[in-house]
Design a protein around this ligand. Structure first.
Ligand code: LIP
Length: 273
């Protein structure tokens, strides 16, 4: 079932590059959008076209493969993860950035087999950043191998997170507590506006850790393997094992940093995917 990882990877990569052109046509932003769950959860026609391009292209070559796509789920499809090869797709991760023309958005696509992420591709066509990983083969930025930093202590770490796409009051209060903790204890805090690009920054060693409550499987499926193949760790923010459907993630350059950060974080438990 999983003996053609290279073929799966090349198929997905060529489709991602084609679909990336749909994003890079909108350098100045994409002013036409619709609102989904709330006024800061947006979707554009480009999100839908990118997702359709990827699903149609992969299905043609691998008709038995399954899909979990952000916009298909928004349109009512169920988010079901089995042991079958399943592509988990965020067609435009960082849609708010894409709408505004802030050039940090990407296509994020991960392949899970037996519920484990084995291929990850994160492509920001605006800045020509292509992060890739395959199980056991390392992580790469534009073909050059990348590694996480060696930072072990929160007081020396640059942390990435996000404000997210919901206005839930409890989640916001937890976020504000965590922002206060990080700006008090760590080197700094960055919000890139894309969960997949935040995780890729940890893989690159540009950020030392990233956490978020309220993300979805499609935001983190590719980032999970890219971080792990770059030598980092991906766990639940409370310190337990990572669960891709839990809507919670913490990744870090080292286990020491991951566990120090997890102990310092206020926790939030959203409804599962
Ligand atoms: C969004 C992320 C954002 C994160 C949100 C959301 P979308 O994805 O990129 O960084 O905070 O939780 O998942 O909606 O732009 O695909």
């Amino acid at each position: 079932m999983c003996d053609d990882l290279d073929g799966y990877f090349e198929t997905a990569l060529s489709l991602v590059k084609i679909a990336g052109n749909l994003i890079s046509e909108h350098v100045g932003g994409c002013k036409s959008y619709e609102v989904k769950e709330c006024d800061i959860d947006l979707v554009t026609v480009v999100d839908k076209k990118v997702e359709a391009t990827l699903i149609e292209g992969i299905s043609k070559k691998y008709p038995t493969h399954k899909f979990i796509g952000e916009e298909s789920v928004a349109d009512g499809q169920r988010c079901v993860l089995t042991d079958e090869p399943t592509w988990i797709i965020d067609p435009v991760d960082g849609t708010m950035n894409f709408v505004h023309g802030f050039p940090h958005s990407c296509i994020s696509i991960g392949l899970l087999v037996n519920k484990e992420s084995v291929i990850g591709i994160v492509y920001n066509p605006m800045l020509q950043q292509l992060f890739t990983a395959q199980k056991g083969k390392g992580a790469f930025l534009n073909g050059q191998q990348i590694h996480v930093s060696q930072i072990k202590e929160l007081r020396k770490a640059l942390i990435a997170s996000e404000a997210g796409t919901s206005r839930d009051e409890e989640r916001r209060n937890v976020l504000l507590k965590n922002i206060e903790m990080i700006v008090t204890k760590a080197h700094g805090l960055r919000f890139l506006g894309s969960a997949a690009l935040n995780m890729s920054m940890v893989a690159l060693g540009g950020a030392d850790a990233n956490f978020e409550f309220g993300i979805h499987a499609w935001d983190i499926a590719a980032g999970d393997i890219i971080v792990r193949e770059a030598g980092g760790v991906v766990i639940d923010p409370a310190g337990g094992p990572f669960d891709i459907l839990s809507r919670r993630v913490l990744c870090a350059s080292t286990p020491e940093l991951a566990h120090e950060l997890s102990k310092s974080l206020a926790q939030f438990y959203p409804e599962r995917d």
